[in-house]
Ligand binder design. Structure first.
Ligand code: PRP
Length: 182
């Protein structure tokens, strides 16, 4: 698996540092909420980031999960995110934190934002590990992004290519030969 990586762009240590800063920002922002913050992981890409960030927070948090898929096994977004698994909890009157691994075209974020606000959330905040602004098709952004990345094919720490490489502990650029001519 490591042999398929051209180079590492974000190390485990850099991830740890950014997770700590993002968690501190959230602790402060939601220090005085009435009910515990409802943190939602957008599966599957955000799973590693989500687990690390909620463990780094010190305020009361409840967890929920939603599986949204837009890429299938291709490297290009279809533009139509599909809800594969919905939330278990009600978001009505709740402070909701959405945790994403990457905001790319922005379609997933728009879909999630409309859905959660439409269900009556009290507030909606988005934290994303990566922002890829050069690929944006709709004008949205996370409230807090840890890293900005160019139009490079990154994998690891939750991010996949054809459902693989999510378990790399760092973020790396995939060798072109892996995804070209497939
Ligand atoms: C990826 C990623 C984001 C979304 C961002 O998910 O995890 O949720 O795409 O892309 P967008 O801004 O173009 O909508 P994907 O659909 O690949 O599913 P996954 O999380 O299971 O990898």
């Amino acid at each position: 698996m490591h042999n398929d990586i051209e180079r590492i762009v974000v190390t485990e240590e850099q991830i740890r540092d950014k997770v700590k800063s993002a968690a501190a920002w959230l602790d402060e922002k939601f220090a005085h909420t009435e009910k515990p913050l409802l943190a939602i992981s957008v599966l599957k890409g955000s799973v590693m980031f989500f687990c690390d960030i909620v463990r780094a927070m010190t305020i009361p948090v409840q967890l929920d999960f939603m599986t949204v898929s837009s890429y299938g096994s291709s490297s290009q977004s279809s533009g139509i995110p599909k809800i594969v698994m919905d939330l278990a909890a009600s978001v009505k009157d709740r402070d909701v934190l959405l945790v994403e691994d990457i905001v790319d075209s922005g379609h997933t974020l728009v879909t999630m934002s409309e859905l959660i606000k439409g269900r009556g959330a009290k507030s909606f905040t988005v934290v994303s590990l990566f922002d890829k602004p050069s690929r944006r098709q709709v004008p949205v952004s996370a409230d807090y992004s840890c890293f900005e990345v160019g139009d490079e094919f990154i994998v690891g720490y939750g991010l996949d290519y054809a459902q693989q490489y999510r378990n790399l502990p760092y973020i790396g650029i995939l060798k072109r030969e892996i995804y070209e001519n497939k």
